[in-house]
Design a protein around this ligand. Structure first.
Ligand code: HEM
Length: 450
């Protein structure tokens, strides 16, 4: 098989290992060097890896031949990074992962998201207060990254964990945080911890209650009940997976909107139109009518895939159809999400921010597996819909009330942090928020007077 020439001692990962370059860029370079091949080899230290380039083969690895590539095949084993990560859904062996995934998937179903709307909406109102205060005090200048992190922490606490903890916006250590959440639920014992009524209560307690039930009784044949440590590990992983990814995507999205006033204007017009048709009320069904917003989010995740590299391990030999090559059992296989998203064959002029790439007619021209911000197949992101939903609520609130502009310190291109696996901006992202003269709240109060 073709491979990219390595160097000693880091193989092809020198710049990542020396914290000079985000892993996403390193893998993208390997993707680019393998141009013309469906698959290309590379090295991390002296261990050989394969990077799948061809979208059809990407689909085989992630979806159709999942039985051959069911292990994650991490660059660094999660348990060696941190024991919590190793015990989480991300690091568990297949039988335990399967059991957990099957039981937790219903917590993110469409009906659950709908029930969650009032909670997320409340978080967005708190976000607007935060944004309004800060904007007033600092002439509209705000670190969007920090603000979006606060919003998303609030969302996860309000929906997945226990709202009553009142820990949001409070800096505490992660371990202490999840310990308190767990103890609270354990102490509640058989008491009903639901303090509110209807669908809201059902959702808020759904995720943690499912974990609690899995702690009490076995849920799958030959799988013991979850230990206390494993319950905590799931809480921690879902919190981190949900808060970092979504707040980072919102940050990139607002940055691009600040740089593209025409796109921002079109988005604001769509939001206002939808709200106008709904008596100036934002509700769950109005979100699905914001189709341009959906494309703006999709394009943000194309340009900035928060998870820029996927990894799998081959668990049984796989002969690549139409070639003489076989991927041997034990080989680590990667997919460069960033490489695919910046391949000009699928996305011409890839550095340009253009939501029009997600018009139906444009999408139909591309192979489906060339756009994979949430990955594909049985191990794809469990919370993708949840993420889009909370981002839409935040964007609808922000863009209907504020115009977003670059500040004097906003760079043309955001530098990406080389020290973390995630694709996220390095340092604060300072943008300016100017209140719209005709905002949603003005329109809403007019609506009430009518
Ligand atoms: C913009 C937001 C998000 C993006 C781009 C994203 C992306 C991803 C990706 C690429 C994976 C890896 C899949 C693989 O290895 O094939 C993943 C896994 C995962 N994500 Fe997300 N994610 C996002 C938000 C969320 C949210 C909001 C949650 C939950 C609250 C979540 C929970 C998870 C979990 C639990 C996994 C592991 C799934 C498993 O192993 O079965 N993610 N995500």
């Amino acid at each position: 098989m073709p491979y990219v020439t390595p160097s000693f001692p880091f193989g092809n990962f020198e710049r990542t290992a020396l914290l000079r370059e985000n892993v996403g860029f390193t893998a993208k370079k390997i993707y680019d060097e393998g141009k013309g091949y469906p698959i290309v080899g590379y090295f991390v230290l002296i261990e050989p890896f394969l990077l799948v380039r061809d979208p059809a083969l990407v689909r085989s690895v992630l979806v159709t031949r999942f039985d051959h590539f069911s292990q994650r095949g991490h660059l660094i084993p999660p348990e060696s990074v941190d024991s919590m990560m190793g015990r989480s859904i991300f690091g568990l062996p297949i039988p335990e992962w399967k059991c957990l995934r099957r039981n937790l998937t219903p917590c993110f179903a469409g009906t659950k998201l709908k029930a969650m709307f009032p909670m997320v909406n409340r978080c967005s109102k708190r976000l607007m207060r935060l944004l309004g205060d800060a904007a007033e005090r600092h002439e509209g200048l705000l670190d969007v990254r920090d603000t979006m992190k606060r919003f998303q922490t609030d969302v996860i606490c309000e929906t997945l964990l226990a709202k009553l903890l009142k820990l949001r916006f409070t800096p505490v250590s992660a371990e202490h945080f999840f310990h308190v959440v767990l103890q609270r639920h354990l102490n509640a014992g058989k008491e009903d911890t639901r303090t509110s009524v209807g669908d809201e209560a059902t959702f808020r307690t759904g995720f943690v209650d499912t974990l609690m039930r899995m702690r009490e009784t076995p849920h799958c044949p030959n799988i013991p009940p979850l230990s206390e440590e494993k319950v905590m590990a799931q809480m921690a992983f879902f919190f981190l997976a949900g808060f970092e990814t979504t707040s980072t995507t919102l940050t990139f999205c607002l940055f691009e909107l600040s740089r593209h006033p025409t796109i921002q204007k079109r988005l604001a017009a769509e939001i206002m139109d939808v709200l106008k048709d709904n008596d100036w009320e934002l509700d769950y069904s109005s979100l699905s009518k914001m189709t341009y917003m959906e494309k703006v989010i999709q394009e943000t995740l194309r340009k900035y895939p928060v998870v820029p590299l996927l990894s799998r391990e081959c668990v049984q030999n796989y002969a690549i159809p139409g070639s003489d090559w076989t991927i041997k059992k034990g080989t680590k296989v990667s997919v460069s999400v960033l490489g695919l998203h910046y391949d000009p064959i699928y996305f011409p002029d890839p550095t340009r921010f253009d939501p029009g790439r997600f018009d139906k007619s444009e999408v139909a021209k591309r192979p489906p597996a060339c756009y994979i911000p949430y990955s594909l197949g049985p191990k794809a992101c469990i919370g993708g819909q949840f993420a889009v939903f909370s981002m839409k609520v935040a964007l609808a609130e922000i863009v209907s009330k504020y115009e977003v502009h670059p500040s004097d310190s906003t760079p043309e291109v955001l530098p990406i942090d080389p020290c973390v696996f995630q694709f996220s901006p390095k340092g604060p992202v300072m943008l300016k928020f100017h209140r719209r003269r005709k905002s949603l709240s003005d329109s809403a109060s007019r609506g009430v007077q009518r």
